[in-house]
Design a protein around this ligand. Structure first.
Ligand SMILES: *Cc1c(COP(=O)(O)O)cnc(C)c1O
Length: 357
């Protein structure tokens, strides 16, 4: 194995920060961005010219392949600040591995690990004032890659842009969500790109999700594309079901996104002695459990909302209500995870990653 050297990041700082224009008490998720962004281009077979520069518009030709063929992948991660001012990431190696797995599936060249971490360190150090302390406050980190080659021939691009942008986020609790189980639409199919964080996976979800909203639901629980018999994901989150005191979730496969929150919940649950079954979960068994009262909870798991409890679900025009649990697993895992992320408790699994001391 040779040690690959990485190019040094050029840094252009803003003349004046915009931080004072931002109302940190009223943030809308993903709408404000920090002063700086990271940009790196792939051409002639190599990632080059890594730069940190003021956040602002890009100049890209309209024939760039990303606009025509959706050759694009992304990641979602967060930075958290403790009361002493140190900033931490949560299992960032998982995000690097996953963006490269997604890229591989979309015929995009992988991004070097050392450059990814160098970029995160320098960018977050520069914009660290945008990370506010306090449980629930965070800096949402959005790395992404887009195909930039000009020309509309349907083939993979030979140039790409890798970027990281940062958005301050607040604890948000929108209340519990009502969900509808998909009976016709699918998020992902066997042999497809469901396991990749490909941009188009999200675009394809918007229409069925809008239909669900028109019917009074906030999210769709996606079922398998072949038979719509198995429960797979909730909206853009992995999904868990608690039947009595057992936690059920679907196994990873090429239709399921291998979520960092999902695997962290499984690890925390197992450590707490909770029985976890990672297996295909049938719609029929969850409906039966709801009818007999053994279905205690359903919740989504993902970086943005951490844990998102579900208040009830609809299937075949029947609505099944879920009652609040006094010892809710959703609340327990949310608290557990957030306390680890914010450096408020021990980190038995070594998940915290210090990015600013
Ligand atoms: C990103 C994502 C998740 C959650 O993954 P985390 O790593 O926990 O943020 C789950 N499902 C889908 C479809 C996703 O895109």
């Amino acid at each position: 194995m040779s040690l690959t050297t990485i190019p040094a990041i050029q840094v252009q700082k803003v003349a004046a920060s915009r931080i004072h224009e931002v109302d940190f008490g009223n943030l809308v998720f993903g709408s404000e961005f920090t002063d700086h962004m990271f940009e790196c281009d792939y051409k002639d077979g190599a990632w080059q010219n890594p730069t940190i520069k003021p956040y602002g518009p890009l100049e890209i030709y309209p024939s760039a392949k990303v606009f025509h063929y959706g050759q694009a992948v992304f990641e979602g991660m967060k930075a958290y600040k403790d009361e002493a001012g140190s900033v931490f990431l949560f299992r960032p190696q998982e995000n690097l591995k996953r963006i490269n797995k997604s890229s591989h599936r979309m015929a995009i060249p992988e991004f070097p690990e050392a450059l990814f971490f160098d970029a995160l360190h320098q960018l977050i150090e520069l914009d660290k004032d945008w990370v506010k302390p306090g449980l629930g406050n965070s800096l949402y980190i959005r790395p992404f890659v887009v195909a930039t080659q000009n020309g509309v021939s349907a083939s993979p691009s030979d140039t790409y842009k890798f970027m990281i942008i940062l958005s301050p986020a607040q604890a948000y609790y929108k209340g519990k969500v009502k969900v509808i189980v998909a009976e016709n639409f699918s998020r992902a199919a066997d042999g497809g790109v469901g396991y990749a964080k490909a941009a188009g996976n999200y675009g394809a979800q918007f229409y069925p999700t809008n239909l669900a909203k028109e019917q009074g639901f906030q999210q769709v629980i996606w079922t398998d594309a072949n038979e719509h018999k198995y429960l797979e994901e909730a909206g853009t989150m992995n999904v868990f079901f608690r039947v009595n005191d057992t936690l059920l979730t679907a196994p990873n496969n090429d239709r399921i996104l291998d979520g960092v929150t999902r695997k962290s919940v499984i690890a925390l649950a197992e450590k707490a002695g909770i029985n976890v079954e990672v297996r295909r979960v049938q719609v029929a068994e969850i409906v039966a459990a709801a009818k007999e009262g053994s279905l205690k909870e359903i919740f989504g798991a993902g970086t943005a909302a951490v844990i998102s409890p579900v208040s009830g679900f609809s299937y075949q025009d029947e609505y099944y209500d879920l009652h609040d649990q006094p010892d809710s697993f959703a609340q327990k895992f949310k608290k557990n995870l957030m306390e680890i992320q914010h450096n408020l408790t021990d980190d038995p699994f070594g998940w915290r990653y210090s990015v600013v001391d």
